[in-house]
Design a protein around this ligand. Structure first.
Ligand code: SF4
Length: 366
């Protein structure tokens, strides 16, 4: 069976896991205008933007022969929990006989998750499945670690574009690992390449750190968020996201007794602004803003997909949160027609404001 998966951030890890188990995989192309057009055409008009992009992405994979879609699930009172079913219905109504396997949080529905894992395991032994899962998890950790280093260094690179070119190179290297030993050797090689990127020395007090929060898909997928991390790096800002794949796994897949989940801590921080789960990552969005303030970040960019009620609620809370937390937040709404020029101007003005504030603080202290 030919298996595909959603395109979110990178497909490298999902593909590696399925390849290690001997499946034939089809990677959807990185979302582009055609993906958006297909998604908009075949999704319900008032569906949220990520659902439409993923519809387009699946259609492109199905055109290449994909028969099964493996995707993560969702929960709470928004559409996240219905993506699997909705996409199955859309594809079936178009005449594509595609199966959708949804891997939800193991902590919420152990039985169904195990049934679906068994399907992905196929004829492989449990031992092999665990080995493939462990190697993929280590790969994802390595990817996230390298990406964070790039997100930091890009702010100070001497030659524009060096860091993100290196990131592409790193993904190319890690794509070719098939064993633990190969992964370790590749990690050393990648670290060496990152360490060699020339950067400018910037005094600690002049550094600007920006957190990106919001709905998981638009935060993680650069093709729908105007490559916001690159944009901020070009403006001389270090960047961190509220969502990384390894953290999602720690929060949703790792047993709680390993004590790895940061989710509870973040949810607790967001409780002051949103007391109940209203769907998506709204509570996390507010919690991460509090967390970035606690970590001394200089500002936050809040990404909100068109048609997303949970993030719309966050946007309405933002003026109060900004005042109480004393941290600037810029909300950017994203859809298939998002104009880059307009948002670039807003981001530039936002960063200028932060820089001026910082300069004033430094001159007062001096
Ligand atoms: S969080 Fe927002 S964008 Fe994501 S599924 Fe829910 S409504 Fe859609």
């Amino acid at each position: 069976m030919k298996i595909t998966f959603p395109y979110m951030g990178t497909t490298l890890a999902y593909k590696k896991f399925l390849d290690l188990l001997g499946h034939e995989t089809i990677s959807p192309p990185k979302p582009n205008q055609r993906t958006f057009d297909l998604g908009v055409k075949y999704s319900p008009e008032f569906a949220c933007f990520p659902l439409k992009v993923i519809t387009g992405s699946y259609l492109e994979a199905v055109e290449q022969g994909a028969e099964v879609i493996v995707t993560s699930g969702g929960h709470g009172p928004c559409r996240a929990g219905f993506y699997g079913e909705l996409h199955r219905k859309i594809l079936h109504s178009m005449g594509y006989d595609v199966d959708v396997i949804v891997i939800d949080s193991i902590r919420r529905d152990f039985k169904t998750v195990m049934q679906n894992i068994r399907r992905i395991k196929g004829k492989n032994s449990w031992r092999k499945l665990l080995w493939a899962a462990r190697l993929t998890y280590r790969l994802i950790k390595a990817l996230d670690d390298f990406e964070m280093q790039i997100q930091t260094k890009a702010a100070y690179e001497v030659s524009k574009g060096d860091c993100w070119r290196t990131w592409d190179k790193i993904q190319g290297i890690l794509e070719n690992i098939w064993t633990d030993r190969e992964l370790e050797a590749a990690q050393k090689r990648c670290q060496k390449i990152i360490d060699q990127i020339p950067i400018r020395e910037v005094p600690e007090e002049e550094k600007i750190r920006i957190g990106i929060v919001g709905e998981i898909y638009v935060v993680m997928e650069s093709s729908v968020n105007m490559q916001i991390e690159k944009v901020l790096g070009d403006f001389g800002c270090e960047v961190r996201r509220s969502h990384y794949l390894s953290q999602w796994l720690d929060d949703n897949v790792m047993p709680k007794f390993l004590g790895k989940s940061r989710e509870e801590e973040i949810l607790k921080k967001g409780e002051k602004y949103i007391q109940i789960q209203i769907g998506g990552h709204a509570k996390e969005t507010m919690g991460h803003i509090v967390d970035y303030r606690d970590q001394g970040f200089d500002g936050v960019i809040h990404l909100m997909p068109f048609g997303c009620l949970p993030e719309l609620v966050c946007q309405s809370i933002m003026p109060k949160a900004m005042e109480e937390l004393n941290i600037p937040v810029l909300t950017i709404a994203l859809d298939e027609q998002t104009g880059i020029a307009n948002n670039l101007t807003r981001i530039e003005a936002f960063i200028d404001l932060i820089k001026n504030k910082k300069r004033k603080r430094i001159s007062r202290a001096g």
